[in-house]
Write a protein that binds this ligand. Structure first.
Ligand code: SF4
Length: 345
């Protein structure tokens, strides 16, 4: 099995069968070797740098009903809020002072944030902070809408595909959503010149190892600039409330594989990883991750953006959060930098 890690390190690819074997292996020696090779690869291209993305959760309203999500439309217990233009700008101001050079506006699919609103706020942020990147994570929209927002100055778009297997996609989403449209959105975004982030859940209900290989193959086809993966964590007010959560071990295994398959990728150590283990993000950083996405949203709204149970970092101000992360990143042997942090290809 160690030779598979070596082959992946050298050639950045394996056959489906080899990938399945590597994902399935529970050998701790393999895990450690994969971690070492993933770390070596990230250091070759990005040194010890860790890029920050300031996350601004602009809306907890969503018209969709994804079965795994805490803010799905049918969750009557979810508390809903929307950030105003002023709220968003104040988050950016706070973030800029703290050294953030990327702002990510993320929310459910909420028609309130139409193109006019979004283009206005994107222009304002870009005018005030020309040295910063604006990232959007607002779900599926029309090509026209993506185009307008790109022309207004948006740089990046995050849209996790969640699973590249059509049958599994149907089990995780209601009938009115389709994997085909999601993929179409991702390719549209790429064509428009966005730096794109895709990604998937690890350990989702009904997911097989073969499904995970499909996700890796889809990534090879899409060639995104960022890949965000995190363990599935159930939310108590969803149909998946009694499902098992994804494991730390499998998530780390996939992070290592992704770093070796896509050596120059931007790879976040996600909040979900930090939620399933107190040192999950540090372990992620040691296994090839080079991005962290701290929360810049106003504290009074944070608990309301509850995509899954026990989400961490919902109680601290942004400055405290950054201090805590700085210590965590340093303890893992890396260094937070105040840079836009573009992908190097
Ligand atoms: S996963 Fe996204 S699209 Fe689906 S319900 Fe949640 S916020 Fe809405």
């Amino acid at each position: 099995m160690l030779s598979l890690v070596e082959k992946l390190y050298e050639t950045h690819d394996l056959t489906d069968e080899e990938l399945i074997n590597l994902i399935k292996s529970e050998d701790s020696e393999v895990s450690e070797f994969l971690r070492e090779k993933a770390d070596e690869t990230r250091q070759k291209y990005y040194g010890k740098k860790v890029f920050l993305r300031g996350l601004i959760e602009i809306s907890s309203f969503c018209k969709n009903n994804c079965l795994y999500c805490g803010i799905r439309r049918d969750n009557k217990n979810a508390e809903r809020y929307r950030l105003s233009r002023e709220d968003i700008l104040s988050c950016c101001e706070n973030g800029y002072e703290l050294g953030f050079r990327t702002f990510v506006m993320q929310g459910g699919e909420d028609a309130y944030y139409n193109d006019e609103f979004m283009c206005g706020i994107i222009r304002e942020i870009k005018n005030k902070y020309p040295d910063c990147a604006v990232t959007l994570s607002l779900g599926e929209r029309s090509n026209q809408s993506y185009k307008r927002m790109k022309e207004a100055g948006a740089d990046r778009y995050l849209l996790r595909h969640e699973t590249a297997d059509v049958e599994l996609y149907k089990k995780l989403h209601p009938n009115n959503m389709s994997l085909e449209n999601r993929k179409k959105c991702l390719f549209n975004l790429k064509k428009l010149g966005y730096q794109v982030g895709a990604g998937f859940m690890v350990g989702a209900p009904f997911q097989t190892v073969e499904n995970l290989v499909s996700d890796l193959r889809f990534m090879q086809h899409l060639q995104p600039q960022m890949i965000g993966i995190g363990p599935f964590i159930p939310h108590h007010d969803t149909p998946f409330k009694d499902e098992k959560q994804g494991t730390l071990e499998l998530t780390l295994r996939l992070l290592g594989i992704i770093r070796l398959m896509f050596p120059k990728i931007l790879l976040p150590a996600t909040t979900a990883l930090g939620t399933i283990s107190p040192t999950g993000r540090e372990m992620g950083l040691k296994t090839g991750c080079n991005v962290i996405m701290p929360n810049l949203s106003p504290v009074k709204f944070r608990k309301k953006y509850e995509l899954y149970d026990n989400k961490i970092c919902t109680g601290e101000e942004a400055a405290e959060c950054k201090g805590c992360l700085q210590r965590r990143v340093q303890s893992a042997g890396y260094e937070i930098v105040s840079e836009k942090g573009d992908c190097i290809y």
